[in-house]
Design a protein around this ligand. Structure first.
Ligand code: AKB
Length: 314
């Protein structure tokens, strides 16, 4: 069967790279990039693009009718830090955007839906190290609350209506192609740009703040592998724990120093993102994803740092 794939929220950090990878796999014309903003020139001219706001049901109905998608990726969301600045908007976009897409995917018989969750579903009472798939979850950001509620809705639509929804709990994602937008883990991308530009970086997270992270190349491959896996291998219909590496700002700085010996890491004064980071896991146990659909990361801290710097220097 020929696939028709919608990527909603295609201009963000994940969408930018996901659209390129899906277009390579399924041909440019079969992957429709959708966002509320016009994409960069290359994406706009490589394949179909539609202006879509996931909160606008008329617009959604129009694109579902026009493309009759076989797969839908919903990436439009407000992340943890921007979510705290506008909690009601974060709840509205993250929750109602998901419910709209689940409903239209059911109505138009979309074969598979992808929706990203996050390590933000965990909270201060979740185990901090090697956080397991199932444990206490008490998120205290509106982003985390919306992701946890979204996970329950995904499982509900699978159990009640047999909608084939799949999901991953992303850690902080590090990429050189597109900027992150409003997350707590964004420092791990900014540091590379500043290291090359100024030779120093002032981190908004404190020394010793260990967080789960992943290189974007791994995240995109894992996402597509999950979507390609046979449905009977997908035993988790809420969202899978998904791990790449874990590090602190000083561990990342040490790695950068191997390539830029004079690099200096400083720490900024109090930042509200510190409290969010403190409520999240330091590392994730992803053995269920490994068992169910063969997940295995390819990038560790050293390999990721080298690849980031090589590409940003070009
Ligand atoms: C954020 O920091 O908000 C995101 C995430 C971990 O979901 N990168």
């Amino acid at each position: 069967m020929s696939e028709k794939i919608l990527v909603l929220g295609s201009n963000g950090q994940i969408g930018t790279e996901l659209v390129n990878s899906l277009r390579k796999a399924y041909h440019n014309d079969n992957v429709v990039a959708c966002d509320i903003r016009r994409p960069d020139y290359e994406t706009l001219h490589a394949g179909p693009f539609e202006f879509v706001n996931v909160l606008d049901k008329d617009m959604l109905k129009y694109i579902y009718q026009k493309y009759q998608p076989t797969q839908v990726y919903l990436l439009a969301a407000l992340l943890s830090a921007t979510g705290e600045q506008n909690p009601k908007l974060a709840w509205d976009l993250n929750m109602n955007g998901l419910l709209n897409v689940l409903d239209f995917s059911l109505a138009y018989k979309t074969a598979k839906v992808y929706w990203p969750s996050s390590i933000a579903v965990f909270g201060p009472n979740s185990p901090k190290h090697q956080t397991p798939q199932y444990c206490t979850m008490d998120p205290n950001t509106v982003y985390g609350i919306s992701k946890l509620a979204g996970e329950r809705w995904c499982e509900y639509y699978f159990q009640k209506y047999q909608l084939d929804v799949r999901s991953i709990r992303y850690p902080g994602l590090i990429s050189w192609k597109a900027a992150p937008g409003g997350g707590t883990t964004d420092y791990a991308v900014h540091i590379f740009h500043e290291a090359l530009k100024k030779g120093s970086y002032s981190s908004f997270l404190n020394e010793g703040t260990e967080l789960p992270m992943m290189y974007m190349e791994d995240a995109i491959r894992g996402t597509i592998e999950l979507m390609d896996a046979p449905a009977n291998q997908i035993h988790i219909r809420s969202s899978y724990n998904f791990a790449g590496m874990s590090f602190t700002p000083e561990m990342l700085a040490e790695e950068i120093k191997k390539h830029i010996p004079n690099f200096q890491l400083k720490y900024a004064a109090h930042d509200p993102r510190q409290a969010i980071a403190d409520s999240w896991p330091a590392s994730i146990d992803d053995q269920v994803a490994r068992q169910d659909w063969g997940w295995k990361p390819a990038f560790d801290l050293g390999k990721m740092t080298q690849d980031m710097l090589n590409n940003l220097r070009k």
